[in-house]
Design a protein around this ligand. Structure first.
Ligand SMILES: Nc1nc2c(ncn2[C@@H]2O[C@H](COP(=O)(O)OP(=O)(O)O)[C@@H](O)[C@H]2O)c(=O)[nH]1
Ligand SMILES: [Mg+2]
Length: 313
């Protein structure tokens, strides 16, 4: 397939086309993914999540520049909430203004949250694979951490950074517990605002209460993203976590778990679309329903027959 060959030889256009195919569920997307798969598994994936306006995009921009200075190539996927309350400019705009998009070592792509968020997590995972196969050394996935679906998106990451800001209300409990659990590294951004130390103290307390963190106690770093303060310290912590998961085998375990989830999800969604295509759309479903209503057949027998039919294919 041409797109795949072009992508593997460094065509940004082919990479862009591939992500569009993934995003829109074009038929060729799964054929492309099949061919790209052997070329994946090399990139380090960093998830960045936190409330809207926390400075995730600003931080991503600054981190990306530092990694570029180290000679690493960077891919960025920003999951843009279509919510009108999202505050700051979208990542693409911000970085374009700063000239990072002029750097051929950086590829930035926004993905919308239109449609189901559940679908979005596997689309994000596939887009990450496309960037990985393209040869990016480090891939950022920026997403707004507000619920389970966003947490699922971040599961595509090797290391997850949670960005918090002071003044999110006195009650740190307001931060979704799920978001706290996924944090490998915490950044307290906008440390130029009042309350950063208080937030750090509260966060430290919460993390200490959590007994599950014996292997790795997530560190907290105060940063001022828009002034570039604390960025190098943050990178050191990200590196430390990556080294930790590599050395303890946690990286292998996480990737194993990810492949497992992915395979099962793919299987379920494929069976789901088989059912839709062959049973619902073809009108067979209606026949089954009337047979059941007339007691000429029953759901158990029909399901068994359909499964047999599916397995024979
Ligand atoms: N005061 C202050 N403002 C910041 C800092 N970092 C980012 N901002 C601003 O916060 C706003 C939201 O930033 P953005 O990166 O778009 O947040 P995102 O929604 O989490 O991606 C922007 O106006 C940034 O310039 C910081 O450390 N201090
Ligand atoms: Mg953003």
């Amino acid at each position: 397939m041409d797109t795949v060959k072009e992508l593997l030889t460094g065509s940004r256009l082919a990479l862009s086309r591939t992500i569009t195919a993934i995003e829109n569920e074009y038929e060729e997307a799964s054929a492309i993914m099949r061919e790209l798969y052997p070329h994946t598994g090399h990139a380090f994936v960093l998830g960045i999540t936190g409330p809207p306006g926390a400075g995730k995009s600003t931080l991503t921009d600054k981190l990306a520049r530092e990694y570029r200075k180290m000679g690493k190539t960077v891919g960025i996927i920003a999951i843009d909430p279509t919510s009108p309350f999202s505050g700051g400019a979208i990542l693409g705009d911000r970085i374009r203004m700063n000239g990072l998009t002029l750097d051929k070592g950086v590829f930035i792509r926004s993905m919308g949250t239109r449609g189901s968020l559940g679908g979005l997590s596997h689309k994000t995972a596939d887009a990450v694979k496309a960037l990985d196969a393209f040869g990016k050394d480090i891939i950022f996935v920026e997403t707004v951490g507000v619920g389970q679906s966003e947490v699922d998106i971040v599961k595509a990451a090797d290391t997850t950074m949670v960005v918090l800001i002071p003044g999110m209300g006195d009650d740190i409990q307001a931060i979704k517990a799920g978001i706290l659990e996924i944090g490998d590294v915490f950044a307290i951004n906008k440390a130029d605002h009042e309350g950063a130390d208080k937030l750090q103290a509260e966060l430290n307390m919460m993390l200490d209460l959590d007994g599950s963190m014996l292997e790795w106690r997530p560190p907290i770093q105060k940063v001022i993203a828009n002034q570039g303060e604390g960025i190098n310290e943050l990178i050191a912590l990200i590196d430390k976590h990556y080294t930790h998961i590599k050395e303890t085998g946690l990286l292998v375990r996480r990737r194993h778990e990810r492949i497992r989830t992915e395979l099962l999800e793919l299987l379920k969604s494929s069976i789901g679309s088989y059912i839709t295509r062959n049973i619902v759309d073809s009108g067979r479903l209606d026949n089954y329903l009337s047979d059941i209503e007339l007691r000429k057949n029953d759901p158990y027998t029909i399901v068994r027959e359909l499964l047999n039919e599916l397995l024979k294919k």
